[in-house]
Design a protein around this ligand. Sequence first.
Ligand SMILES: Nc1ncnc2c1ncn2[C@@H]1O[C@H](COP(=O)(O)OP(=O)(O)OP(=O)(O)O)[C@@H](O)[C@H]1O
Ligand SMILES: [Mg+2]
Length: 504
Amino acid sequence: MASQILIAMDDLETAVRLNGAFEAAKFSTAMFSSLDDARGAVRRENPELVILTGGVHEPHVQQLAALAHDSEISTLALLESTDSERAERVERLRATEVMTKPVAPDDVVATARRLVDRRHLQERTGIVGESAPIQEVLVKIEQMAPVSSTVLIQGESGSGKELVAKGLHDLSPRRNGAFITVNCAALPETLLESELFGHEKGAFTGAAERRLGRFELADGGTIFLDEIGEIPMSTQVKLLRVLESRTFFRVGGTQPIKVDVRVVAATNRALRDAVTLGEFRDDLYYRLNVLNIYLPPLRERRADIPLLVRRFIREFAKTHDRPFRGITPEAMQRLVNAPWPGNVRQLRNLVESMVVLAPGAEIRAADIPLDVLEGAGTLLPMRMAAVGQGGGGAVPAEFEFILRSLVDLRLQIEELRRRLDDHPQRVQVIELADHSTVADVMSDNDRDGDHAVLYRPGMTMAEVERATIEAALKEYRGNRRRAAEILGIGERTLYRKIKAYHLE
Ligand SMILES: Nc1ncnc2c1ncn2[C@@H]1O[C@H](COP(=O)(O)OP(=O)(O)OP(=O)(O)O)[C@@H](O)[C@H]1O
Ligand SMILES: [Mg+2]
């Protein structure tokens, strides 16, 4: 389907000229003149780009830009060459891109095409963000995906390295081949080698069969070497050989094996420092670092936080089936200012926990754990993350585990509630407001057959118990053995209570 472009008519002449150029270039366009029109169009047309043709100092244009920004729609703003305080105005507009008039319509079309392609790229990779550093990362992914050169991705834990690696693969001509991940830190030295290169039958005790390694499995595709900074020296030598010749031996093997694999590696260590310290081979470092992508920490691209928060709220409200409205401006401001040592992963986990655990239908400032604002990596009210493993503010695995358990627990309780609602017990307790009658509170379905125990405000436990026993006896037509069984009490106890409550 043709890409939808919305053109604001603040500068009518430019708008009309652009409209012609876009139509000639086979884009589908719509023009609008007021903020209300624009709102309707944004909702109806689900456009991919909004072009602001002028009046960037007008409040309605700024509101429109904000609307587009919040709806994750790119904006292209055209400025007058006479626009003073330009930088400040552009900053306030938060436009994805700006051009200065006079503009050649074809140049605008070319820029628009680039922005639309970028947006598609974000949809395909799941990478959210309008900030300059993220836009740079996206440009790099676009440039690097088509070739087979090795890429080194660097960035703190949780900053999105795996997302970028997957994006490089999904946009490459290898996309139909395998994408194989190896976490180099998770395995001891000997296992890591047989994991990477495979082993022959009988290569070592326990090697009962020949096993293919990850490099062979990734043939024709991409291998993602995560936490490359952690591989031991001896494996570094072997890896270097593979990068140089694309050939290797299975452990215990004598036949060289050749593969066609693209290598993408990632690390949250400053690999150059590891080289200086003598912990990482410099020749391997240069082989890996042919192309590189640096993901800045979230605290250096705070402008993306609102977009990420909104995206995650939508995502988790949907997965957990919650009628979640959003977040208050104050809460959002706090999230924007928080230090985020655990980066996007920490933010994502926090939003999930708040969507599930927050008492209301929106995130309020009071729902945000204090430690998040103070910079602990954990989402729980504990201070240990600051001294957690590895320093550097990584979110320790145990905390993620605890958080996940809490979220799961809450979801299980709700599931249980739902099931109980779907299959009510035959004996129900119904709360009656002061003047209501049974008929008021029971639906038609309930009325026939079931035996309700009515609770009226002010009833004592004994009265509730009496009513419950009465209902159970009625249900089982006076069969005391069955009634006792169903009530979970002994038959003798039931007899006693029947006597005490004068139910005979
Ligand atoms: N720009 C982004 N837009 C949307 N989601 C993101 C973005 N960056 C990261 N995420 C999400 O945050 C989480 C962490 O990202 P990812 O696993 O890619 O981090 P990482 O850099 O590989 O971390 P680590 O070093 O700990 O392995 C994932 O759920 C990922 O989908
Ligand atoms: Mg990772």
